[in-house]
Design a protein around this ligand. Sequence first.
Ligand SMILES: [Zn+2]
Length: 286
Amino acid sequence: MSVLTKAIVANSVIISAIESKDIVNKAIKIHNLSPVAAAAMGRTLTMAALMGKEFKNKEDYLTVIVDGNGPLGRITVCADGDGHVKGEIINPVAETVVKSDGHLDVGGAVGRDGTLTVIKDIGLKQPYVGTSKLVSGEIAQDFAYYFAESEQQPCGVTLGVGLNNKRCTSAGGVWVRIMPGCPSDVLDRVETIMYAMDEMSYQFDGSTAQQVISRFFGELDPVFTESAEVCYKCNCNKRKIDRVVRSLGKQEATDILDEMGQIEVCCHFCGKKYVYDRDSVDKLFK
Ligand SMILES: [Zn+2]
C-alpha cells in the first residue's frame, strides 16, 4: 500500500507527495517490465496517483498518455478519485540503456518526439483534454511543462523509481504547485528547495511521504492537510469485456470461435483473462 500526503506552505504553496514502491512493483509484476520500462511507467503511475487525489469525487477519472515515439511505445496510465491507479505500455520489455552517469536512459526509451496528453472525466458532457509536447521524455519535466503550458499552473515535479534488477526498491514523487499571491520570498525558497531535490527514489527509501515533505520543506512550516492510501487496481469487469466482444460484430466473433474454439480477451491493465465459449458468445449477440 502506498500513502500520499498533502501539505500547504504559507497558504500559497500546495505540496503533494507519495511513496509509491508498491504501485511500481505491482506494475512490474503484471507487465513483466524491463528496468527502463519500470522507471518510465513507475514515474507516470506515481504522477497520475498524485493528480487523482485532486478529484472531488471517487468516480472522477483521469487518463495520462505519454507517447514519445521511443522504443517503449505509448504509455497509458489511469487514476481515479478513489486512490486507484493502473497502466499499460506497448513494449514492456524494451531494452534498458544505462547512461554514462549511471542513470537509466528513460528519456531515450520514452522518446522525445511526441506528446503528453491528460484526459480528465469529471462527469461533465465532455471530458477535459490537455496536451503538450514532450520536452525530455524523462516524465517529471514533461509533466511540469504540461502543467505550465496546458493548465497555466506553475509547478515543480520530481519523480523517482529506484530499481534492483526487476524489483523496485524505492519510489516516490513530489508535486509542488504555486498558487496566485504566493509571496516572492516563499517562492524563492521553494524554487531553491525544488532545485535541490535530487535522486528522488533514495529520498523515499525507508521514508514516508510526510517525512520527505518535512525533510525538504520543514523550514517553511508545512501544514499537513490530508493523507490517503493509493494502490494499483484495475476496474475491468465482465460487463466491460462483454462490450469489447460485442464490438467485434457477430461474424468476426463466429470466425474466431470457429478457428480457436473460444474467444479469449486479456485486460491490458491487469492481465486478467476473460474466456468466452460458443454459448456465451451466442448470448451476447442475442
Ligand atoms: Zn483489468
